[in-house]
Design a protein around this ligand. Structure first.
Ligand code: AMP
Length: 560
């Protein structure tokens, strides 16, 4: 059934009805558009199996229809959740469209989470099917007995790469499922507010929370993020998203690339400097996107081998603050335009990007740099406000700071399965509190100055300080412990644990660190431990993290 109507039926009584078509914003329409208008444009993927795979938007659209049919054959109904544990690649791309396009919900899972957390979010999302890549076979074998709600496990590979033996019951082969279908499938049109994807954020305390994006929010986000003052995507681009498809949908690039008909290049699991540089060059990549950490690897590799970037023109860097020195190196030594961006899982994720206005071209270079180093101006579709302690809006003068609030078409209004609203009412409007502290200047350039939420972001991945503290406090010799972010040149932030020993107890740094082994993912274990006599507290007994961060601002982590 087509939902295309000649006019909107929601015109209020007395108002003149417009005479325009109303078409629901469907994720499938992005791929259909690419297949019809850029049908021979390539999608190139480095596979887990090691080789390079290439096909076109036309092929991808057909295979996505087959995926939709295969999902139907597995008995999945409308609204069912299907989990993915996969890298950036064409099969994951087909799942994005096959799942959402057929009115199911694509739940992208971050494989870097601790296995218990993965099991928790699979249960919370109520995933019916779990599709995963060969890399994750040992992980899924371990998890499968705990994933009691999952009815089907699908390995994203062909028959030749299926394991001879596995502990996973009735493991299905993705290529066999796809090949069994004929593609005779018409993308359905339905209400654009229907859920399309779920992405969990572990950025705050407690259990991860699911942000549930709609078709409408996803398409609008893709549209806005392709604009010139955002990612500036076009049909002449070759786009390599380094940011993973399990991280807020690779910042929407698997949607904005087909929207404009750009070539897509997927790096698979190979995110080291050498592999990325090879793909940049061989696939004539013009635009890339990722967290600052990945660029360190690329810069090191290029420096060591005396290499250049012959086609790459610009890159969006976000997810963590981009160090100004990295911006300068990429610009001055490699001719790359760096676009600093800020966003959140709850914002699908793009909120702001730093691009100059015409008048700024007159400014001295240093002042231009200062603006470009900020997190930037908000996109149309996102509004921002900074507020004081009692919610009063703060001036946009470039130095007064406040809690950063946002509202917009691709901002969450709540979380999956939770009744409580995260929104704050200010000036008669609902706002989402970001947990970031920022200033905004008269031109709308936002600068993140601090974070009110209690988390540490290492190489673009969250580490819950509460979790680190709870583990430390379980040690019999620890009286109190606080985990804070400490600056690290490679990972941006790494956890530093501040510990008060119980009176009369001996406790070494090594003993504390050993205590984390097996209790938390290795990469989340603090880099260092410092002992203090007491931790500063607020009047209400909360640890004063801001004071601690200040006290240890100059602390040098081992090996730095
Ligand atoms: P996530 O939901 O994992 O995308 O994390 C969102 C959070 O990452 C934001 O609320 C910020 O605290 C942080 N963040 C994202 N981009 C930037 C940036 N460019 N500079 C500083 N912090 C950032």
């Amino acid at each position: 059934m087509s939902m295309t109507q000649e006019t909107s039926s929601k015109t209020p009584a007395g108002a003149l009805a417009a005479r325009m078509m109303t078409m629901p914003l469907m994720i499938s329409s992005l791929l259909v558009h690419a297949a019809r208008h850029s049908g021979d444009t390539e999608i190139v993927s480095r596979r887990v199996e090691g080789d390079l795979h290439r096909y076109t938007y036309k092929d991808a659209e057909l295979r996505s229809r087959k995926v939709a049919q295969a999902i139907e054959r597995l008995g999945c109904g409308v609204g069912d959740r299907i989990g993915t544990l996969a890298w950036n690649g064409y099969r994951h791309f087909e799942l994005y469209y096959g799942i959402s396009g057929s009115q199911r919900v694509c739940h992208t899972i971050n494989p870097r989470l601790f296995p218990e957390q993965i099991a928790w979010i699979v249960a919370d999302a109520q995933d019916q099917v779990l599709c995963f890549e060969l890399t994750f076979l040992p992980l899924v074998e371990k998890l499968a007995p705990h994933l009691t709600g999952v009815r089907h496990f699908v390995l994203l590979t062909d028959r030749a790469h299926m394991p001879a033996e596995t502990k996973i019951p009735n493991l299905l082969c993705y290529e066999e499922l796809v090949e069994a279908e004929n593609g005779d499938y018409v993308w359905p049109e339905f209400d654009e507010h229907t859920a399309a994807c779920i992405c969990y954020t572990s950025g705050t305390t407690g259990n991860p929370k699911g942000a549930v994006y709609s078709h409408r929010s996803t398409v609008l986000h893709a549209w806005a993020s392709a604009l010139p003052d955002a990612m500036d995507c076009s049909a002449s681009d070759s786009i390599l998203p380094v940011v993973p498809m399990f991280h807020v949908n690779a910042w929407g690039l698997p949607y904005s690339a087909p929207l404009v008909g750009a070539k897509l290049v997927f790096p698979g699991p190979h995110l080291d400097g050498k592999s990325l540089h090879e793909l940049f060059e061989s696939e004539k990549v013009t635009f890339s996107a990722g967290v600052p950490t990945i660029w360190l690897g690329v810069i090191n590799h290029m420096k060591q081998k005396g290499l250049r970037l012959s086609t790459l023109k610009r890159t969006v860097i976000g997810g963590s603050a981009c160090p100004p020195a990295m911006m300068r190196t990429l610009e001055n030594d490699y001719g790359l335009e760096v676009i600093h961006a800020w966003g959140m899982t709850e914002l699908s994720p793009l909120g702001s990007l730093s691009k100059l206005k015409a008048k700024h071209r007159e400014l001295p270079l240093e002042e231009q740099h200062r603006l470009l180093e900020k997190q930037g101006r908000s996109l149309y579709g996102i509004d921002m406000e900074i507020v004081g302690a009692s919610g009063e809006p703060q001036p946009w003068d470039g130095h007064t700071t406040g809690d950063l609030l946002v509202r917009g078409h691709w901002v969450v209004s709540g979380y999956h399965g939770r009744d409580e609203s995260p929104l704050q009412q200010i000036g008669g409007k609902a706002w989402f509190p970001t947990g970031d502290v920022a200033s905004i200047d008269a031109d709308g350039f936002m600068l993140i100055t601090d974070r009110s939420k209690d988390v540490i972001k290492s190489g673009g991945e969250w580490i819950s300080s509460i979790e680190l503290e709870n583990i430390a406090m379980a040690h019999p010799d620890v009286l109190e412990a606080a985990a804070i972010a400490c600056h690290h040149p490679k990972w941006d932030e790494r956890p530093l644990l501040v510990v008060v020993r119980k009176p009369g107890r001996e406790l070494s740094r090594e003993q504390v660190l050993d205590f984390y082994e097996g209790r938390i993912a290795k990469w989340q274990i603090p880099d260092d431990v410092v002992f203090v006599d007491e931790i500063p507290h607020t009047a209400t007994g909360k640890m004063l993290k801001a004071r601690l961060r200040e006290m240890f601002r100059e602390h040098r982590l081992p090996g730095v």
